[in-house]
Write a protein that binds this ligand. Structure first.
Ligand code: COA
Ligand code: ZN
Length: 290
């Protein structure tokens, strides 16, 4: 099975970065990423510009990037207004997002989990009528900064509700990077009883240094093949204090290649794209000759 990588750097990576990066630079970054053989690029978010000012240029970015036909260009959409904005610039894939924690969801999108699911029904319906691909994130799928450990049954139930609405895939987000390999095993053992692995994406952050171990478990023990990552490991969530970035794309790809996985991403191209941002990275691979 070919590995499917969603590069979330332009969205998850930049959303919390305090210095506004100009639109031209974002476009250049995404155009370079488009040469790296990633499968999907999460370009931006159509959210409140007051809450996430860094991504308030989502339309401009979409209008100006050069699209590679082999790549899916996706974006986050929290509500109908976001959907309208996303459709106006012909986003390929609409990604809604909720959480497995009530407290986090309220802080993040000002809705209870149930309210958000009700809102998504119509968004997914319209997205599908517009021939768009769809994804749903479940943030804090393992640990919440406010509620602690999340019950895996809750994640399973929300996932099933989203899939029943017609969402194509669920991205299970370890928003604060606290999932251990045993947590990942427990959730996947439960969830894969009812859900096909083709519908599951893993989204790990590096805060506690366990992201690579978690990918290893998901890939080796459960044959999960869809992963999110951000080049340079940049990122964090404005509503999850102290959370660090995603697993770095270069680290993820390097490990999967060493495990013999069928992964086509060109690490050097990814790093080249990242380097134009001039943001410091924890990832060391970019400093090595491969
Ligand atoms: N795009 C742009 N503006 C939007 C919007 C969207 N998708 N949705 C709402 N707004 C605007 C409204 O027009 C309104 O503007 P006004 O104050 O000038 O009248 C304002 O935002 C409040 O609208 P409301 O519908 O009451 O939203 P809210 O305050 O309950 O916020 C969300 C809800 C979902 C819009 C907001 O919480 C949000 O954008 N969250 C995203 C957080 C995020 O990106 N987190 C990181 C990813 S995990
Ligand atoms: Zn994330």
């Amino acid at each position: 099975m070919k590995i499917y990588i969603t590069e979330v750097g332009p969205r998850d990576g930049l959303q919390n970065y305090p210095k506004i990066i100009d639109t031209k630079k974002k476009v250049e970054f995404i155009n370079l990423l488009s040469e790296s053989n990633v499968d999907e690029i999460e370009v931006s978010s159509f959210v409140s510009p007051k809450l996430v000012p860094q991504l308030s240029d989502a339309e401009e970015v979409f209008k100006n990037i050069k699209r590679n036909k082999k790549i899916i260009y996706s974006a986050l959409v929290p509500n109908e207004k976001g959907l309208e904005r996303a459709l106006s610039v012909n986003v390929d894939k609409i990604s809604v997002f909720t959480s497995a924690s009530e407290t986090f969801n309220l802080k993040n999108i000002n809705m209870s989990i149930e309210e958000s699911l009700n809102k998504f029904k119509n968004i997914i319906k319209i997205a599908k009528e517009s021939s768009k691909l769809t994804r749903a994130y479940i943030s804090t799928a393992f640990w919440c900064p406010y509620e602690g450990k999340i019950d895996s049954m809750k994640v399973r139930d929300i996932s099933l509700k989203l899939l029943n609405m017609g969402v194509d895939e669920i991205s299970l987000g370890d928003t604060i990077g606290k999932a251990s390999p045993d947590d990942v095993r427990e959730l996947l053992e439960l969830i894969l009883k009812d859900i096909k692995r083709d519908n599951i994406v893993m989204h790990f952050h590096v805060t506690y240094g366990m992201a690579s171990a978690n990918v290893y478990i998901a890939y080796r023990e459960f044959s999960i093949y869809k992963f999110d990552s951000s080049v340079g490991g940049i990122g964090g969530c404005p509503f999850a204090p102290n959370a660090r970035g995603n697993i770095a794309t270069e680290d993820l790809v390097y490990m999967l290649k060493r495990l013999g996985a069928n992964v086509m991403v060109d690490i050097e191209k990814v790093i080249q794209a990242y380097s134009i941002l001039e943001i410091e990275s924890y990832s060391y691979i970019s400093k090595l000759k491969l």
